[in-house]
Design a protein around this ligand. Sequence first.
Ligand code: HDE
Length: 708
Amino acid sequence: MSDRTNEKNINEQTKNENLEQFRKEPGEFITTNEGVKVTSTNDSLKAGSRGPTLLEDFHFAEKNAHFNRERIPERVVHARGVGAHGYFQAYKSQSELTKAKFLQEPSVKTPVFVRFSTVAGFRGSPDPVRDVRGFAVKFYTEDGNYDIVGNNIPVFFIQDAIKFPDLVHALKPEPHNEMPQASTAHDNFWDFISLMPESMHMIMWILSDRTIPRSYRMMQGFGIHTFRFVNEQGKARFVKFHWKPLLGVHSVLWDEMQQMGAKDPDFHRRDLSEAIAMGDYPEYELGVQIIEEEDEFKFDFDILDSTKLIPEELVPVQPIGKMVLNRNPDNYFAETEQVAFQPTNVVPGIDFSDDPLLQGRISSYPDSQRHRLGTANFENIPINKPVCPVNNDQRDGFSQYNIPTSKVNYFPNSLGGGCPMAAPENMGGFTHYMEKMQGHKIRERSESFSDHFSQATLFWNSLSVVEKEHLVKAAQFELGKVMNKEVKERVVGLFNHVEHEFASSVAIGLGIPTPTKEVIPNHGKSSPALSMENQPKDSIKTRQIAVLANDGFNSSELMGIKRVLEAEGAKIKIVSKFGGMIKSADGKEIEVDRTLLTTASVLFDAVYIPGGEKSIASLKSDGDAIAFVNEAFKHCKAIAATGEAVDLLMNPGIKGVNIADSQQKFASDQGVVTSRNPGDVEKTAKEFVNAIAQHRHWMRGQKSLIPA
Ligand code: HDE
């Protein structure tokens, strides 16, 4: 197999080919790790068939010893994740801003590996939880690996890396009983937060719907810190990174997310890997906010403070390229678990800023990888291996499996012809940006980091009415799980510095005294780009639509609606009482994808019920089917019914939908589309498409009469 690591022309396939030499098909016979064929792996070697096992059984000993070592420490945070391969392509050369090679040539597809994750839960915890999501991207560039290790929220809890261990201790399950799992709704977390006013901006984001995303394919990513771009002429500018998903930014309801966690704990990783397997490749645009060095101090916050964002209205996000995820990993452990992301990984043209949170991360990640992967040679692991040559004299240590052939392992040397030698900048050597430094050695925070509330208020002001309602409820939930009353009161006290009305609403839900007066007057500013409601909603591509049907369904209605939805890129799943095939009234058969027992409405974006007397009669008397529709309604999803199915929606068991008037003119503005007329299928389908594209009909959520 050729060693691609010495090739210069990097393209989308380079990393894949580079991995190919490590892929391993199962051979014909079982062997030991040393390659000796094994006659049986069912019985250990014994003294007589009922006798004790013999020490001599090297196959048994090896098999067990390997098994005993199959776990490595999980990531201390972001333990639960899912990975995908893909490529990145720049829209045009960014040479004006940076000399980073992967941002120069639009025809080049730079291979990438991405890992999405939750933060708090252990490796086996459910995906659907309220949590920040990690959004880590490794670019395998011709100048070495470059990583953007970001989150789906543009700010962070703390300003200085030295507080990170405290933050993580507080947010993880409490140490005495290791509860609760994958949740911050507990005393320790909120106790810490109540004493950390700098976390208030991030807390507003955490309590918003951003932390309950519909899909990894439908959430933004942010580099958070301010970095530097440096061009060929040595000119530097500050830069912030943004990933924007082309499918839009969408979240679900908290009640729904909790149920999803029980019905399918793997929901988000399944959603990602199934989409990729079906050729629906997730795409994200990379955008940058550029700040000239001379503008460093022109904002009313410090651009080195990671608890602040730069509103897009002040500095627009310029799209510079697109990432496409088009291949699932072959093996979870080898790739997704062993991948080692490090903000430390920069390439010429990209550099750090003095953000004290970023500065701390630079040394922390490699240290974490050495521990987790058990060796300083973790870059040898195939998924971490750069696609360009790696040359240095750091040779020995656990699991070195390159074979350095030169006898010279020091620099400077003459015996090895001086190689490998230092690369001057014009030969691609990384030169740290010559930032001018001055200052006293001091443990102190800059005064410019001291406003902890203005941007928290900005975020609140930017949300829609429904988003605000969700946020208040989330705060009532999280703090409602806190046992200590003083902690609750302290947090609400901090909320009162963000927004008086918000703090008062939370207090009412908690049954604690409402703050008596406003502490800081609301500045009234907002940033529309922060609200998910203002994100485009124009497509139903890859949306999962449940079709509820039993024997006797109306085939022309079902097929008519299905055809239109599929033409728009939606995915249809037939959900029925039993598996196998169901037969329409006119004798046509269709295969059932899921039964009411094995799925739930929380795993879908919308529900369609075709008519057909017999099918509807059986659905009407099926509690699971009724609950399916009720739940979809409660979770504000688009619902369509044709023919006799309109009667199903009128069924007294179906709460909410039949709030509509007796003319069966259902609240179509609320995403319920109905038609009894067989000639209307095309029109109904189009209305349904529009209703699904809205993602959710949130206003419906205000009606709380649905028992589901
Ligand atoms: Fe991380 N973080 N972090 N973090 N982080 C880790 O690295 C750390 C921070 C983020 O899919 C760890 O490999 C410190 C901010 C992601 O593999 C560890 C500080 C942001 C991932 C670590 C931060 C992140 C990690 C755990 C404060 C968003 C998962 C094991 C200075 C910009 C990457 C590991 C993946 C993982 C340390 C703060 C994002 C311990 C010290 C801010 C997406 O090294």
